[in-house]
Design a protein around this ligand. Sequence first.
Ligand code: SF4
Length: 347
Amino acid sequence: MIGKVKVGGFSPISVQSMTTTRTDDVKATVEEIKKLISAGCDIVRLGIPDTLSAEAIKEIKKYVDIPLVADIHFDYRLALKAVDSGIDALRINPGNLRNVREVREVARACRGKNIPIRIGVNGGSLDKRKYPHPTAEALCDSAMGHINLLENEGFRDIKVSLKSSDVKVMVEANRIFSERNDYPLHLGVTEAGGYEQALIKGSAGIGSLLLDGIGDTIRFSITSDPVKEVVAARTLLRVLGLRREGIEIISCPICARHEFNVEKVVDELTRKTKRFKKYMKVAVMGCVVNGPGEAMESDIGIAVGARGAVLFKKGSLIRKVSKENILKVLLREIELFQNEKDFSGRN
Ligand code: SF4
């Protein structure tokens, strides 16, 4: 458990992100956390570079209801202070604490309060003397060394992350680790760059592992607003079928045959349907080549031919729609679908 969120086993894959504000600026940090919560974040990590930041955790927790993880490096006293301040989990790299006594003290403090520790191994911060190159085996070996430090203190409430900015190394490291261990894994391609590249690196790395059933929490690393990380993570989980929520739009890439402005409709639909939570597929296809097929397989779909558009609902052709009204009709049908009660009586 990280606060109220279950991690590992058959629990849903949870989405993490990290604040970019100074943690001791409580107002700004709380505001950013609230934005992350609205975007669908499950767990938020805070950088704790100093005592003021560690002390601010207590205040921040008064205003937000989401598990918080303290990211600590080098100074074990900051970990102890974060525990005192009511943090829900720690992310440390036991290898950069100075000695076994410090690791022991942190483990003891966490055990007393059921606070899990994530061992976060990162290709960029491996011990260069021991591991001259950040290979997959080096990441795994380093993680095992850190796990042993905690296990020697009888501490097993552990999660592990093996991150690299190299997608192949990250994927391989997590595959090797998961064959050898049963600890929950937090996945991420780290330092993945600006928005477009980071989306692709994160999707390729995290996505391929999730498809193999590896991974329990995920974070997209994007050099931008962390809300984008959350949106990317949730979208990935949805398209992989790991979270049935929100609207999945099936739309074609458009070619010479398109019969209406598909791009405009899709952009508007995406923008106007973000608030919907219930999972559904909506097909918006440019012509009759693949249109009817996709529309029939979706909850709601529009297929458009030379003589106009037709609306499909759950596989059945319902009625004709004029091309000018496609967006309006889709929005109305989506709204109706979202408000339908399912058989369990829930919305
Ligand atoms: Fe082209 Fe039609 Fe395919 Fe869209 S659905 S890409 S318009 S052939």
